[in-house]
Every structure is written in structure tokens, then in C-alpha cells.
Write a protein that binds this ligand. Structure first.
Ligand SMILES: [Zn+2]
Ligand SMILES: [Zn+2]
Length: 459
């Protein structure tokens, strides 16, 4: 049985001027996209990942990454007019995000207004004050969010306190203990006033999500076996996001020794991104691993051979499909159905990874950026975050000889069968460690429609 998917008939929260949330009908296409209003409570003259409405009154703009739920308003004339009206208002982002942004024709006119900030280097940014010529500043540090190429978190440090906005993120085990920007010189965790966090999968249905390395290994094994059968055997990656699966394809490319075919336009972009420059090719005959667009399964891959001769295996990365399953253990990374392989692959953090980050940082306040699909209001996930704050954890990395394992917590065997309820909470029995045993999937499972399974994926 499957949990019934609720389409966007839900209430989201809107941050009011007074600093409180007001729930409102969601206007976004997908429930799992960012519903962050653009402004933190502490720094009202900055806007992050929203460029419409009252954000147009901001004097400083930040873009965490290129996915479209984070660029709302960025291509509108009103945003350009606002930029043109001031000589000192800019959009700040990472170098790779600037590259990916400006290659899109609808954003190319913003080139003059985009300022690149370095990763991991605290940088002072000027904030033109509203209504006067007074200039303020805030120190901003970009931290790699490991979500998609160019994605970053923003750590703000200034007169209104220290705030961390994660954007979308997926952090691997132990990653947090190695982030200098989040620690003082003596190794203590910085005192963070407010944490604005990606809660896409901060729901009991997603307590454990396989690490990206585990997913990549599973895909590598599939690919190796398939293309090893003969010269006509090809693999087709069907990633529905424009960016976000590069890590997966990179791992497969390195392990198999085959580049990944993408369109010429995309290949040109990847060649400019450090770490990806040698992974992709625009020559379809060079590799049996393709990540080009096209319908499946009947489409012919441009591999210089008649379609009828090709044996195509499809790799379909998804997360939501897996988290919506009941009686299914997420340590099962692949579900096979004929030549289609659904692979559990997430570039958002699991419930446990979010919980670990919150309990490690122990901010004064924590606020969700996303309403999980299975919640009907964002207040539910706010309640979970508040519970995380009550949990104690080491505040210094010096104290912990063994760094905490992010994303390796999972339910004990007695709770393997998923019983999602709105009342379930942290009382779920958790234990540390990677899965010791792989449990078989439920015997009969309905294959969800394509539309249903892609709720977690951004464009
Ligand atoms: Zn997002
Ligand atoms: Zn995203």
C-alpha cells in the first residue's frame, strides 16, 4: 500500500512583517519546493532566493543555486527595474551559479548586476540602507551545500546576529564537523541565532535515505553489468532535473571509464565547471552511457546504430518514489521493473541528516524552508525542528573523538515496517550505524505514475 499523495491543496506559511508565520494557500506547482519567503527575520533588507513582492524593497540579493523554485521573480521586469534604479544593489552567488544563471537567455540581462562571492571565505558585503545614504555591511560566507553544481549555504554575521540559510543541501557523513565557517578557532560550534533549513525530507517517512555514494555504487553495478553484455547495450539516465545528478554521473563515469553523453550545449557548460570538465562528452558515439533528453523506452539513442539493434537500460533517479513506499526498506536502493531501474538518489538531506545538523548547531531558532510532501502544513515540520532543538549534542568537534555519522541513523528493526502517522515523532526508536541487513521489498507494489514520482525534483 502507498501513502496517498497529496497534491498542492495545502497551506504554506508566510513570514509576516511581525516575524510570525501565517499559513496561506500554496501557489507553487509542487509542495516540495522552497516556500521560503525570501527574507530572514533578522536581516530584513536582504533577500535570498525570492525576487518578487516585498523582496523588491530589499537592497541586497542572494541566490543559493539555480533551481527554479529559488529564482522566483528573477526574470521579471520589476526586478530589473529595481536593479536599474540603484547603482549599488547586486545579486550575490557562487561562481558556478553565475555561470549556470547567465547561460539561460532569460537571465542573461542580469550579467551587470551579478557579483560572485568566494566559497569558505568570509566576505564583507555592503548593504545600502533604505531611505538614506547610510551604508551598512554584513559578513557573508558561502558554504558548499552539495546539492547541485554551484549550490551554497549562506552564513550571515553582522549586527543582527549569526544566521545560516542552507538553501537546498545534502551533506554526507561527518561533513558538518569539517566546515571551518561553522566553528570558532578553538573548534567550538559557532553560536547561531537562526537556522533556515531545507526540510524537503524532514518527515518520518524519510528517516534514512541512502548516501549518494551508496546510490552511485548501486548504479555503477547496474551499468557495469549491462554494458558488459555486448557492444549494443547502452544505458540511458533519465534525470528530470536540469542540474543535480552530476555527482551520480561523475561517479559512474569514473568507475566505468566511460564519459557520459549530453547535448553539446550542456557539455560546453560542464567543461567550465571544476571537477566536471572531463566527465561529459557531446559525441554520442564515444560512450554507451547517455544522459540526453528523449522519450523512453522507444526512443533511439543517437549512438550511430539503428534503434532496433540497441538494448537500452533506463536509470531513473528519484527520492520521493521511495519515501512514499510503505513496507519497504530504503536500504534497497534499486527497484527493477523490466529494463527500468528506479534508483533512490537524493540531493536533499534526510530527516536524520536534518536532525543531526540542528542538534549539532543548536541554534536559538530554527525555521523550515520547505513543507515536506506528507505534511499538510509547514507547522508540522516546524514542530519537528523545535523537538530537535531540545535534544542535546556536543557543541565542540574537539570533544568528539568519533565524528557523528550524519545520515546513518535509522529505525531499529522493530520499526522497519513503515507506519506513517502525523503523530509519529522523535520517540521513534533510533540507532546508529549503516544497515546490516537488506530487506526484500514488498511483494506487490503499484508503480506510481511518472507525475507522482517527480514531485521531489526541481527544474
Ligand atoms: Zn528547492
Ligand atoms: Zn534545489
Amino acid at each position: 500500500m502507498f501513502q496517498t499523495l497529496k497534491r498542492c491543496v495545502v497551506l504554506h506559511a508566510r513570514l509576516l512583517e511581525c516575524g510570525e508565520y501565517q499559513e496561506e494557500k500554496c501557489t507553487l506547482q509542487s509542495c516540495t519546493m522552497s516556500c521560503f519567503c525570501g527574507q530572514m527575520r533578522e536581516y530584513r533588507n536582504l533577500s535570498i532566493d525570492r525576487f518578487d513582492g516585498r523582496n523588491l524593497k530589499s537592497k541586497c540579493f542572494f541566490l543559493s543555486h539555480i533551481h527554479e523554485d529559488h529564482t522566483v521573480g528573477l526574470d521579471r521586469p520589476t526586478f530589473l527595474e529595481m536593479l536599474q534604479a540603484s547603482s549599488d544593489v547586486f545579486l550575490y552567488c557562487s561562481e558556478v551559479t553565475k555561470l549556470l544563471l547567465l547561460e539561460k537567455p532569460k537571465y542573461s540581462h542580469l550579467e551587470h548586476y551579478v557579483r560572485v562571492l568566494p566559497i569558505n571565505v568570509p566576505t564583507e558585503v555592503s548593504i545600502p540602507q533604505q531611505g538614506s545614504c547610510k551604508i551598512g555591511t554584513v559578513e557573508v560566507t558561502l558554504i558548499n551545500a552539495s546539492h547541485c553544481p554551484g549550490s551554497v549555504m549562506f552564513l550571515f554575521d553582522g549586527t543582527e546576529g549569526i544566521c545560516l540559510y542552507t538553501g537546498d543541501f545534502r551533506w554526507d557523513s561527518q561533513q558538518i564537523t569539517n566546515i571551518p565557517a561553522l566553528h570558532d578557532k578553538n573548534g567550538s560550534v559557532k553560536h547561531i541565532d537562526s537556522l533556515y533549513i531545507d526540510t524537503t525530507f524532514c518527515h518520518e517517512s524519510s528517516i534514512y535515505i541512502p548516501s549518494r555514494e551508496d546510490s552511485a555504487n548501486a548504479v555503477y553495478n547496474l551499468v557495469k553489468e549491462w554494458i558488459g553484455k555486448g557492444p549494443n547495450y547502452v544505458v540511458h539516465f533519465k534525470a528530470r532535473t536540469q542540474y543535480g545528478h552530476e555527482h551520480l554521473m561523475k561517479e559512474v563515469s569514473i568507475k566505468t571509464g566511460h564519459k557520459v553523453y549530453v547535448s553539446k550545449e550542456k557539455c560546453e557548460i560542464y567543461k567550465q565547471i571544476p571537477g566536471l570538465e572531463d566527465i561529459f562528452t557531446s559525441d554520442p558515439s564515444e560512450t554507451p552511457v547517455h544522459a540526453c533528453k528523449g522519450k523512453w523506452p522507444s526512443d533511439s539513442l543517437p549512438w550511430g546504430k539503428p534503434a532496433a539493434e540497441l538494448k537500452v537500460m533506463v536509470i531513473l533517479p528519484s527520492t520521493m518514489y521511495f519515501t512514499m513506499l510503505r513496507n519497504f526498506d530504503l536500504s534497497h536502493i534499486v527497484i527493477k521493473k523490466g529494463f527500468i531501474n528506479r534508483v533512490c538518489y537524493s540531493f536533499h538531506s534526510s530527516y536524520t541528516e536534518v536532525k543531526d545538523l540542528v542538534t549539532y548547531l543548536q541554534p536559538k531558532f530554527v525555521r523550515p524552508n520547505v513543507k515536506p510532501m506528507m505534511d499538510d502544513t509547514i507547522m508540522k515540520v516546524q514542530g519537528r525542528l523545535n523537538e530537535f532543538l531540545k535534544l542535546k549534542n556536543s557543541k565542540t568537534i574537539c570533544d568528539s573523538q568519533k565524528p557523528r555519522l550524519l545520515g546513518k541513523l535509522r529505525r531499529s528493526k522493530s520499526t522497519k515496517k513503515r507506519t506513517i502517522s502525523e503523530n509519529s515523532s522523535d520517540s521513534i526508536d533510533l540507532n546508529f550505524g549503516t544497515p546490516e541487513k537488506v530487506y526484500p521489498p514488498a511483494k506487490k507494489s503499484r508503480i506510481m505514475s511518472e507525475a507522482e514520482t517527480d514531485e521531489d525534483e526541481h527544474r
